[in-house]
Design a binder for this molecule. Structure first.
Ligand code: ADP
Ligand code: MG
Length: 704
């Protein structure tokens, strides 16, 4: 096996700052830094210089093409490749060309990307614009080597049609407002604040040949039929167990590709469910982390093919088995290395931290619906609320230490102590004692404080992390702005901060919950507390249209009303399309594969019963008879449900896209899908495995 040296290959395919520093004229590099800080506009001359250096570097790496890489509202990335080539001259010769204009602006036809009504097909023009905060890179695979330029994507009229533009806007908002707070507390040394994200990515790995035998996995990304295997994750033997060699070899290749792309992949382990795994990177600025998470997902899928595997990113590929999420770890830090969410050893004395904490609690409580919405995607519907993932109610877990501080402040307006972690005595001579964290974890919480960051755990495994970070940045910026507005005018900062903190802790304490979020009682309790309970994606999309939401986003120039309306519309359309595909896939599989196999199996059961009978030895055939009758009963149920599903899906497909159609899919089509699945899963449990036409859960999950 070849040895990989991470330090030698890390970032080798990235047009990084180190490369630019080396290859660009000093003036051009400095100008780029100013552009990134928002202090200057990029001059055409400089763009040309950067483009040339970028092309030379990419061509040396073997690149023949470049592309503007963007993140339309599909949730996937898109690219349009162009060769580095000029028009042939009279002698038929071409030059390898790439201009500043091509670097900073592209014009993909936008008409095939979702716009939610923002752009009619006859106004098809869309633009991609270079995002110089995220580094360009080359990607190499069997199809060749290409230079990738991260870009934002917008319509001819300037509305954003992508996930990156609002994210960049929200990064500016949080940066500005956080700096105001720092200045209040006397910090004059930091010059910028950035939001960071670290996305822990969960996924399933299955054998490719088996995958190709299941239309549901191929078309819908999840199983639409399937009886639960006798053994799931109950023994806990898969979680952090030894990584199977085949998967290990795959992960090694994944790491190698990612490291070359400058993605700091760090941790991998088996997850709770059989065949489930996790990959966590080291955190980065949220916009770069978002690009990198897309690269992680694409690399996981691409490299799997080389190993005869398939990577399932769907949130719930197997019913009855844990699903996959993406923990979005979020924090704020300054350019000189301070983490604003670090409480220090004695948080009760850290007024700045307590203020930021109060702001975060206010932000989450006021905009819980938006956080819920940002984690809504079709697959996550199957997961949120299950007995594994955070439920659809947004609450915060802060841990005993901070909760104790908040209680002291709420009760008395003051706080005099912080609980400490103390030493962990292992009781084993050879194992050193270590400092315990002051707080245990709560794995059921959708939004947990984990030491020096917040971990938003509801995000779906397949979803982009752009939107959750837009929401986090914006709602935090709003609370920071409010605090700064008050405090900048205060005569006595300390007293005013304390008053504000007490007031906000009191007002928003209801969002803090340290119990078991999976318990039924929590839903009741949350209702009593008046917390929003948004059980599905269609309702969640409505959060985008609320006046409060529009005001929030418009006040920071992050989304316009029209952009929010278009995004809600797109959510409805995505939901309807996804359920439609699932319904059609079920119809196809049941009609062409499953029911015919069942009929054959029943025929065989009946003829074997008859041959026993006709042997004339008086053997009891009542069991066979019962089984034939039972299976025939399920077959009849399935046939009826299939008919219902066909009719209902046709009705749904004929409706106008929008809320009403999406709600119809949710309320009418999904129940019909359930009604078909139930008898089919029952049949799977009673029919000869050799006759079942598709691989079973156990074949997919245990045989890697
Ligand atoms: P935990 O033990 O809480 O899961 P880890 O250190 O394993 O924490 O990190 C989990 C994820 O959180 C990783 O992707 C990591 O990069 C990210 N992370 C760690 N610290 C921060 C931070 N300050 N801001 C954002 N993400 C962070
Ligand atoms: Mg985690």
């Amino acid at each position: 096996m070849d040895k990989i040296r991470v330090d030698a290959i890390f970032g080798e395919n990235v047009f990084s700052d180190a490369v630019m520093y080396e290859r660009l004229p000093r003036e051009a590099y400095l100008e780029l830094l100013r552009v990134r800080q928002g202090e200057a506009d990029l001059q055409r001359e400089t763009a040309n210089v950067i483009a040339e250096a970028m092309r030379n570097w990419a061509v040396e790496k073997g690149a023949t093409h470049f592309c503007h890489w963007f993140q339309p509202l599909t949730g996937y990335t898109a690219e349009k490749q162009d060769a580095f080539i000029s028009a042939p001259d009279r002698m038929g010769k071409v030059l390898s060309l790439f201009s500043g204009k091509e670097l900073i602006k592209g014009e993909p036809d936008a008409s095939s990307f979702p716009s939610g009504g923002l752009r009619a097909t006859f106004e098809a023009r869309g633009y991609t614009a270079w995002d110089c905060t995220s580094p360009a890179f080359v990607r190499e695979d069997a199809s060749g080597t290409t230079l990738y330029i991260p870009t934002a994507f917008c319509s001819y009229t300037g509305e954003s049609l992508d996930k990156k533009t609002p994210l960049l806007r929200s990064m500016e908002a949080i940066g500005t407002q956080a700096l105001r707070l720092l200045r209040l507390f006397g910090n004059t040394s930091s010059s910028s604040v950035k939001a960071n994200a670290g996305a822990e990515q969960e996924f399933f790995i299955v054998d490719r040949k088996r995958y190709l035998k299941r239309e549901d996995l191929m078309f819908a990304g999840r199983t639409l039929f399937g009886a639960k295997p006798p053994k799931g994750q109950e023994m806990g033997d898969h979680y952090m167990g030894t990584i199977p060699e085949r998967v290990g070899a795959y992960m090694r290749d994944v790491d190698e590709v990612l490291w070359k792309l400058g993605v700091p992949a760090k941790t991998q382990h088996n997850e709770a469910a059989p065949a489930q795994h996790e990959l966590a990177p080291i955190y980065e600025e949220a916009n770069i982390a978002t690009d990198h998470n897309q690269l992680v997902m694409e690399t996981l899928k691409q490299v799997a093919g080389r190993h005869g595997l398939m990577c399932l990113l769907h949130e719930k590929p197997f019913r009855g088995v844990n699903g996959s999420g993406k923990h979005n770890n979020w924090s704020l830090s300054t350019d000189d290395g301070l983490n604003l969410l670090d409480p220090g050893k004695t948080p009760h004395e850290n007024l700045q931290f307590l203020l930021i904490l109060a702001c975060m609690i206010r932000a989450v409580d006021r905009h819980a619906g938006l956080l819920r919405e940002s984690s809504a995607d079709v697959g996550n519907e199957e997961r949120l609320g299950g007995n594994e993932a955070p439920p659809c109610i947004i609450s915060m877990f802060l841990g005993t230490q901070l909760e104790d501080i908040i209680e002291q402040i709420v009760a008395t307006g003051e706080v005099t102590s912080s609980r400490e972690g103390g030493k962990m005595h292992t009781g084993v001579y050879a194992v050193p004692d270590f400092e315990k964290d002051a707080t245990d974890r709560n794995r059921t919480s959708p939004f947990a404080f984990t030491g020096n960051k917040f971990e938003f755990r509801s995000v779906g495994s397949m979803d982009s992390i752009a939107e959750p970070n837009v929401v986090l940045n914006t709602i935090a910026a709003e609370a920071f702005r409010e605090a700064a507005d008050v405090l900048e005018k205060a005569d006595d900062l300390n007293t005013s901060v304390q008053e504000l903190i007490q007031c906000w802790f009191m007002e928003h304490q209801r969002v803090i919950y340290s119990g078991n979020n999976y318990a039924k009682e929590w839903t009741e309790e949350a209702k009593r507390r008046g917390l929003p309970i948004i059980t599905n994606m269609v309702d969640a999309a409505g959060e985008l249209l609320k006046e409060d939401t529009v005001r929030l986003y418009e006040s920071f120039g992050i989304y316009t009303r029209a952009e929010l309306e278009s995004r809600a519309q797109i959510q409805y359309e995505i939901y309807a399309k996804a359920i439609n595909i699932e319904a059609r896939t079920m119809i196809d599989m049941a009609g062409k594969q499953i029911l015919p196999a069942v009929i054959r199996a029943i025929g065989e059961m009946a003829s074997s019963m008859n041959s026993v009978k006709s042997a004339g030895i008086g053997a009891d055939t009542s069991v066979q008879e019962k089984l034939v009758i039972m299976a025939s009963g399920y077959l009849k149920d399935a046939q009826r449900a299939l008919q219902d599903l066909k009719e209902t899906a046709d009705q749904a497909a004929a409706m106008e896209p929008g809320f009403t159609q999406a709600a119809f899919y949710r309320d009418s089509v999904v129940p019909c899908m359930e009604a078909l699945r139930t008898p089919v899963d029952a049949l799977e449990m009673m029919i000869d495995k050799r006759m079942w036409p598709i691989p079973a859960y156990s074949d997919l999950m245990y045989e890697i």
